[in-house]
Design a protein. Structure first.
Length: 262
């Protein structure tokens, strides 16, 4: 059931998709993930829409997953079921992802699910206060939204391993240097600039834009698709370990985890 934290508004040929759970630093609940899928499904299905813009209210894009909700989901070894009409926000299946371009505007913290979702988008505009991170390793688990696969395509093996295996933050300036984002702007200007880019895309021949996107995605899809099949089975192996329990407890107690390799 929707919890109302994903806002959707059509303006001309552009669909605005906003994240608005400011009191929880936009932490993603399961219904938010499902509603994001529905919003992307609307973008895909409406022939009048040519481009999407994803943004967030408040000082942060997202602090990541609402772990209290997602722990049970991951323990079941599957992703939440998507409602009818939704497409997969993580784009595991090339046949069930949005086939129109998406521009993302990012500010503040953009952790875990935020970074993994960003890796499915096409153009990213970031405020200079952005901090990216895949923190899963600090909780005893690992990214299952495609981060282990797509990040290395974006920034190379060594750079990806540095951040995936340490959970360290990537600053806005480093993200730009690595090519993770395409433009840096002053905080508060990221949505405005993202809309400008989206409007430029929307002014082009739509069929040519979609064909360009399909061709580029096809060029790198096969290896990704094979790796995606192993994400949840590997996570399920981890969920029953003592280290995951310790990782979750350390998160709730706001302390450093003491992992034992068990």
């Amino acid at each position: 059931m929707s919890d109302g934290y994903i806002k959707v508004e059509k303006k001309g040929h552009i669909l605005f998709i906003g994240i608005d759970r400011v009191d929880k630093m936009n932490a993603f609940s399961v219904p938010m993930y499902q509603d994001l899928g529905l919003a992307l499904g609307r973008l895909q299905q409406d022939d009048d829409l040519r481009c999407g813009v994803v943004y967030a209210e408040g000082d942060n894009f997202t602090s990541g997953l609402d772990l209290m909700e997602w722990g049970a989901t991951f323990g079941a070894g599957s992703m939440p079921e998507l409602p009818k009409g939704a497409v997969d926000p993580f784009a595991f299946d090339e046949d069930n992802r949005v086939m129109k371009p998406v521009v993302m505007a990012i500010q503040g913290r953009c952790y875990t699910i935020g970074q993994e979702y960003m890796l499915t988008t096409d153009i990213r505009v970031a405020a200079t206060d952005v901090r990216f991170a895949q923190l899963e390793i600090k909780r005893g688990i690992y990214p299952v939204g495609g981060g282990t696969i797509r990040l290395l395509h974006e920034i190379g093996w060594g750079n990806a391993m540095r951040y995936l295996l340490t959970g360290e933050e990537i600053t806005a300036q480093e993200a730009y240097r690595l090519g993770l984002v395409q433009e840096l702007v002053e905080p508060g200007k990221q949505l405005e600039r993202a809309v400008e880019i989206a409007e430029t895309i929307a002014a082009q021949a739509p069929l040519g834009v979609y064909a360009t996107l399909r061709s580029a995605r096809l060029a790198r899809a096969n290896a990704e698709n094979e790796a995606m099949k192993h994400l949840l089975p590997e996570l399920l192996k981890l969920m029953g370990t003592e280290d995951v329990q310790e990782g979750m407890m350390s998160f709730m107690e706001r302390r450093k985890a003491n992992f034992k390799g068990k």
